[in-house]
Ligand binder design. Sequence first.
Ligand SMILES: *[C@@H]1O[C@H](CO)[C@@H](O)[C@H](O)[C@H]1NC(C)=O
Ligand SMILES: *[C@@H]1O[C@H](CO)[C@@H](O)[C@H](O)[C@H]1NC(C)=O
Ligand SMILES: *[C@@H]1O[C@H](CO)[C@@H](O)[C@H](O)[C@H]1NC(C)=O
Length: 175
Amino acid sequence: MESLISLMRCKMVMITSMMMMMIKYGKAQVHYVGGGKANWSPNINLSDWSSHQTFHSGDWLFFGFDKNQYNVLEVNKTSYEKCIESDFIKNITRGGRDVFQLTEAKTYYFICGRGYCFNGMKVAIVVSDIEPSPAPAPAPHGNRSPEVPADVITPLLLLLLLIVTSPVMYHVDFL
Ligand SMILES: *[C@@H]1O[C@H](CO)[C@@H](O)[C@H](O)[C@H]1NC(C)=O
Ligand SMILES: *[C@@H]1O[C@H](CO)[C@@H](O)[C@H](O)[C@H]1NC(C)=O
Ligand SMILES: *[C@@H]1O[C@H](CO)[C@@H](O)[C@H](O)[C@H]1NC(C)=O
């Protein structure tokens, strides 16, 4: 009995922490730069792609490219505009299937070195904050509703607790 209860308790903790993770990171999206798995490329209009995307802090960028030809460097605004590849902020280049997490609400700038930036192989990513939930009042211009409203979370957790603990109750009742 003792072990059953501790097993249940363990399960409960696991489920609860998984739920918390889902709530915290559930909204994070992966954006394939250029709109595909190999689209960090000079043939893609990256500004056009970027302007049709909505980036939120916590989201990820995926850069897919031929590492023998291209690279990905995070740079500042000036370097982005002028295609300066020295003194970059971060070298994202690894194997050509590289990811980068947008952790802050700000504009990130990425360029390809080796001259390709001058051909338009660069992108600015405007990141906004995740809207706070619950919102005290409906945002006047916002058209995004939170995917997990706070008033759903509590009943959901209670329901989970009920489901997880009920076998224990059942067991006790029929002893
Ligand atoms: C990329 O697309 C934008 C429109 O989003 C356009 O203004 C620009 O001229 C395009 N650039 C190239 C190189 O085609
Ligand atoms: C951007 O980076 C370049 C190269 O490191 C540097 O010279 C320049 O001062 C930086 N600009 C800003 C606005 O930080
Ligand atoms: C970026 O990192 C890759 C992999 O570590 C390396 O091969 C490449 O030389 C680096 N590029 C620059 C410009 O530092």
